[in-house]
Design a protein. Structure first.
Length: 242
């Protein structure tokens, strides 16, 4: 008998912002990243997004690129130490709907797995904190001395997430036709195509556009928007992208 699984993105789906933002702050605090990198490189993208004039993904990508540069040459234990601190301090800052869905899936006996574009060290800590059965994240490659080389194996794009689901499907004998997927950005769209029960959680415009333009996904999708103390369950046929 095959197993039912639930695949969760983390940033913007479970965690209410981006974990890479919290790591970036820690790297500045520990003087691994110089503060001017924030003011000169990241803040302009953040301000554009904050004013709703720019793309949130551009802001995150800018931080991810600087993160890759910053940890090159660092030892594994240094990044793991920061990841543990971030999740210990911020790991409960999650969406109510997603937290409750994790609990529901556990009660049903489903396998719960997170597939996230965040660094694997952060994904591991969030997986342990919230009781996931397994996890996949962006791998920052290390050499034989467990120091980071600057090479990256991403997990933020649709192609990578699709490959991860295919691998996990075989590992856990998962029935994708009865499984669930939760995501918020275009990188999660391949999960929605593969899984029977996809749920958009506070989706970006890019993801929602992909959903609306795919008859197959549009037919089966649930769109959840959580704002303040309200959770909205929306149907695609009633959404008008403005």
């Amino acid at each position: 008998m095959k197993n039912i699984a639930a695949f969760f993105d983390i940033d913007g789906t479970l965690y209410r912002e981006g974990l890479i933002t919290e790591v970036f702050k820690k790297l500045i605090k520990y003087e691994i990243i110089q503060p001017e990198r924030w003011y000169n490189d990241v803040k302009p993208e953040y301000v554009k997004w904050d004013r709703r004039e720019g793309d949130y993904d551009n802001y995150l990508l800018k931080m991810a690129n600087i993160y890759t540069e910053a940890i090159k040459g660092l030892h594994k234990y240094q990044v793991e130490f920061i990841a543990k601190n971030v999740v210990s301090q911020k790991g409960d800052r999650v969406y109510t709907f997603t937290r409750d869905r994790i609990k529901w899936h556990k009660e049903q006996g489903h396998i719960i797995i997170t597939i996230s574009g965040s660094p694997i060290e952060l994904v591991k800590e969030m997986s342990l904190k919230h009781g996931f059965n397994d996890y996949r994240g962006t791998i920052y490659v290390m050499n034989n001395n467990e120091k980071y080389t600057g090479e990256v194996i991403p997990m933020w794009d649709s192609k990578s997430k699709k490959a991860a689901i295919e691998e996990l499907k075989e590992k856990y004998n998962i029935d994708l036709d009865n499984s669930y997927a939760y995501g918020d950005t275009a990188g999660d769209f391949s999960m929605f195509e593969m899984i029977k029960h996809p749920l958009c959680i506070n989706p970006t415009r890019e993801l929602l556009s992909k959903v609306m333009n795919s008859p197959e996904v549009r037919e089966k999708i649930r769109i959840i928007v959580e704002r303040k103390d309200m959770i909205y369950n929306l149907k695609p046929e009633y959404i008008d992208l403005i």
